[in-house]
Design a protein around this ligand. Structure first.
Ligand code: SAM
Length: 361
């Protein structure tokens, strides 16, 4: 397939487009991007017939900041009659064999979401037709490619596939998280999603386990601290504001009324550093680098507030600087990843894991 379809947050199409253009070029893949403001998707149109296939395989989704999900696709299908959408869609997918799952989706916009009920209903006859044709396996399999049909309007759809080892496990790339009724703020979901996104489920028991020590910079009223406490950790919460009373009652939280830029941990026993202070992104990045160089944490999750313009350029520059500074300071083994998560608005979330190969815990 020639093209690559990418889902993003509405309003971030330009950033997603700039990113895919650059990343495809790095892989020697030329093409151009079609993106309209507030569509919540962009399409990279390759020049060669297999450019979409190559990107779906060789460009790690986890390395993209602004794309929630992506799939290789053909050109827009927009000439099918409302009476029979199944036949042209099935034909457009004929080159796919024995896929393990079908997802009939829409971009994440209010208008497109009005198509959700139709998508659910339409999945049933389409699945039957795709099975008959051998595009889909009789039984679902999480190891086989995923067929995507994305309706961008009632009679317009992009169709294609993603590889199960290089796509989001979530429908439309959006994890469905429930807001805990006792959490002190809605931003609790940002850290919950970050943990789900950055830490593989099978490693939660070691890397997010009870008994680990954590520091939360800019903690009030306590949404992020809540996620750490819920996992049994002991938390130093740094903020001049008031902390949620119930969280303090758990006995797992020490509240320091201090400046997050000046606070220093008394002991070298901090595993997690999290930071949600509203500050200039370069200043937050510098603070994280400082903590890393001091060896004050093993893993960090922090937000970078996005600038108004050139968001991709600015964030990738900050990440490249961080990479260089860590190396210059003798930190060679680390894992740095960044994502515009579903619960992020004008910010991105960064994960920094120091010495991922050493058995610290
Ligand atoms: N993560 C929190 C939650 O889930 O409830 C919300 C954090 S809120 C977006 C940002 C917080 O950062 C505010 O409570 C603010 O007081 C704090 N903050 C901003 N600058 C700070 C600084 N220099 N030192 C400590 N806290 C700071």
């Amino acid at each position: 397939m020639k093209n690559l379809f990418l889902y993003c947050r509405a309003g971030y199409e330009k950033d997603c487009a700039a990113e895919i253009q650059q990343r495809a070029a790095e892989l020697g893949i030329g093409g151009f991007v079609k993106a309209n403001r507030d569509d919540a998707y962009v399409v990279f149109q390759g020049f060669s017939p297999d450019d979409g296939d190559r990107l779906a395989k060789d460009l790690p989704l986890d390395s993209l900041i602004f794309a929630r999900q992506m799939f290789a696709c053909g050109d827009l299908l927009d000439d099918f009659s409302p009476e029979d959408r199944v036949t042209p869609i099935t034909e457009s997918l004929a080159e796919i064999e024995r896929a393990g799952e079908l997802r009939v989706e829409t971009p994440d916009t209010n208008e497109a979401k009005e198509l959700s009920a139709f998508c659910r209903k339409f999945t049933v006859p389409l699945r039957q037709a795709l099975k008959k044709r051998g595009v889909l396996l009789e039984k679902e399999s999480s190891r086989r490619p995923i067929v995507h049909v994305c309706f961008v309007a009632p009679n317009k759809a992009f169709t294609g596939y993603s590889l199960s080892n290089n796509s989001s496990p979530h429908f439309m790339g959006i994890p469905r998280l429930k807001f805990p009724s006792d959490a002190p703020s809605r931003s609790t979901l940002k850290l919950d999603e970050a943990f789900i996104h950055f830490i593989p489920r099978e490693e939660h028991e070691t890397r997010l386990r009870s008994g680990l020590n954590a520091v939360d910079l800019g903690a009030c009223p306590g949404g992020w601290t809540y996620q750490l406490v819920r996992r049994g950790m002991m938390v130093h919460a740094i903020d001049n504001g008031p902390m949620n009373h119930d969280l303090m009652e758990t006995g797992q939280v020490t509240h320091h009324r201090a400046d997050g830029f000046k606070f220093e941990p008394a002991r070298r026993n901090i595993y997690w550093l999290v930071c949600d202070m509203v500050e200039k992104p370069a200043r937050v990045a510098e603070l994280m680098e400082y903590w890393a160089i001091q060896g004050w944490f093993k893993e960090a999750i922090f937000n970078l507030k996005l600038p108004m313009k050139s968001r991709y350029k600015e964030v990738s520059q900050i990440l490249a600087n961080m990479h260089a500074i860590l190396k210059e300071n003798g930190i060679h083994e680390f894992h740095l990843a960044c994502k515009h998560l579903y619960h992020d608005r004008d910010e991105v979330t960064v994960h920094l894991w120091l010495r991922p190969s050493s058995p610290w815990i």
